[in-house]
Write a protein that binds this ligand. Structure first.
Ligand code: IMP
Length: 175
């Protein structure tokens, strides 16, 4: 298994993630049965989770992508940038798919921008959540894979300075 020097330990194995994503997919299938939701991937971190999640949701969904960034190295800059055109979500049932909720600044800014376009509904699915790091009080994703402690994690789409997204597991970075 590819295990770079910078990684201290595995937090969730590929098998554990596969099983959890399947469970989340089943919850979303139940929620959106009979509907035609739009799954919106927050690039780039959510890309791997998104690809697995949508293949576990059994309903006629559509996909789109949005780009947001706020991190430099292992620190949230607090300055959230949303790139490119906003997707046309008016009147749609939208599921915003993110890799991790940390301070929640990114998702709360994205939610505000998206709600302006008047979707029919807007829910958030995040693979990971670090509740102890919250800057936006009370923010919670509607669907969460795992709550974790205040650790910087990489792999399964998550990066540190653009590296480690290709690890098939989620690992803790050496501090
Ligand atoms: P927030 O705006 O502070 O909630 O940060 C959200 C974004 O920061 C996520 O979409 C990630 O891209 C990045 N991020 C936060 N924590 C981690 C981490 O532990 N590893 C990698 N990226 C992280």
């Amino acid at each position: 298994m590819y295990f770079p020097n910078e990684v201290e330990k595995v937090l969730f194995t590929e098998e554990q993630i596969t099983a959890r994503v399947k469970e989340l997919g089943a919850e979303l299938t139940k929620e959106y049965s009979g509907k035609n939701p739009l799954f919106l991937c927050v690039l780039r971190g959510a890309s791997v989770f998104f690809a697995d999640l949508i293949r576990n949701v059994e309903c006629p969904l559509e996909i789109d992508f949005i780009k947001a960034s706020s991190y430099v190295g292992t620190n949230s800059s607090g300055d959230v940038t949303v790139g490119g055109e906003m997707p046309d979500i008016s009147g749609r049932d939208v599921v915003l798919v993110e890799d991790i909720v940390d301070t929640a600044r990114t998702l709360s800014k994205l939610k505000t921008l998206l709600l302006d376009i008047k979707p029919r509904s807007l829910r958030v699915a995040a693979l990971l959540d670090k509740p102890s790091r919250r800057a936006v009080e009370g923010f919670k994703a509607d669907y969460t894979g795992y709550e974790i402690d205040d650790l910087f994690v990489v792999g399964y789409g998550l990066d540190c300075d653009a590296k480690f997204r290709n690890l098939p597991y989620i690992g803790v970075l050496k501090s």
